[in-house]
Ligand binder design. Structure first.
Ligand SMILES: C[S@@+](CC[C@H](N)C(=O)[O-])C[C@H]1O[C@@H](n2cnc3c(N)ncnc32)[C@H](O)[C@@H]1O
Length: 256
């Protein structure tokens, strides 16, 4: 047996010991030191739907969604072309969860040129690129989550949580009215990854998550280079949260 298989077995044993493996996890594998979820739908989806998902995120999604507290919505901060949206929807479907999923995104990308600027040397303006991404979100989500369409709110996460606190009603991308406010069962943080933004997202999530709810931070794996890793260090010392796993991105459970 080679080193790779030994590592895989050790990781799987550690994950089992941590209670991280469920019956559905029989489909999971170890690739590049991650527990990786595989099934037919996720394989076809990830080929057709552009996005930025670490393959380890699916195992974390599965773990959290299977254990979602009933009723309270799931909020996704940063949806881009809808890949994470459709994956969250997939795990909701697998586990029979009816919690409302809400995507929050202003579709203004970190590091993108000014609205009028061109993308590099190509023929495409930022505005055209943004329209394309938003259109992709609509098409991808309408197809792959057609049995349980999520709400999609075109706001920054700061503006969304301010509206959430005021209990406002907003109109989403599909033209549907959405009443905001109340507890949340899960927040997936994948918006602006710089420290002040990620910190505010986590503060807003922490205030609204119910006990037993989940906080998952994309691009937070040790050594990822993103400032969101600083927030992970802080969360590890935060008594309101229990660190559940790093695969390599970090998943926390709200415990108080
Ligand atoms: C890394 S992408 C998200 C990728 C997506 N989760 C996926 O699975 O492919 C980051 C997204 O965050 C959005 N974003 C940037 N700043 C934001 C903010 N302040 N609040 C919410 N979303 C933001 C961007 O428009 C972009 O679509």
């Amino acid at each position: 047996m080679d080193l790779r298989h030994l590592t895989a077995r050790a990781l799987r044993r550690a994950s089992l010991a941590a209670g991280g493996i469920t019956p559905l996890d029989k489909a999971a594998n170890i690739v590049d030191s991650r527990v990786v979820w595989r099934d037919g739908f996720t394989s076809w989806l990830t080929m057709a739907n552009a996005g930025m998902m670490d393959p380890g995120n699916l195992h974390c999604f599965n773990h959290a969604v299977e254990r979602l507290p009933a009723g309270a919505p799931v909020v996704e901060i940063g949806a881009f072309c809808g890949l994470s949206t459709n994956l969250l929807g997939h795990f909701k479907r697998l586990h029979g969860k009816r919690n409302r999923l809400i995507s929050v995104d202003p579709w203004m990308f970190e590091g993108a040129p000014e609205a009028a600027g061109m993308l590099g040397q190509g023929p495409v303006s930022f505005g055209e690129y943004r329209d394309h991404v938003m259109d992709s979100y609509r098409r991808n989500v309408r197809l792959f989550s057609k049995d349980d369409l999520p709400a999609a709110v075109e706001l920054t996460s700061d503006a969304f949580f301010a509206a959430w606190d005021r209990g406002e009603t907003v109109t989403d991308l599909w033209g549907q009215a959405l009443k905001l406010g109340g507890g949340l069962s899960m927040v997936f943080v994948d918006g602006n990854h710089s420290y002040p933004f990620a910190r505010r997202d986590v503060d807003n999530a922490a205030r609204n998550l119910v006990v037993g709810g989940w906080l998952f931070l994309d691009d937070s794996g040790d050594g990822s280079g993103w400032e969101v890793t600083r927030v992970v260090d802080e969360l590890r010392r935060d008594p309101r949260f229990r660190h559940v796993m790093a695969n390599p991105n970090h998943l926390f459970e709200k415990v108080a």
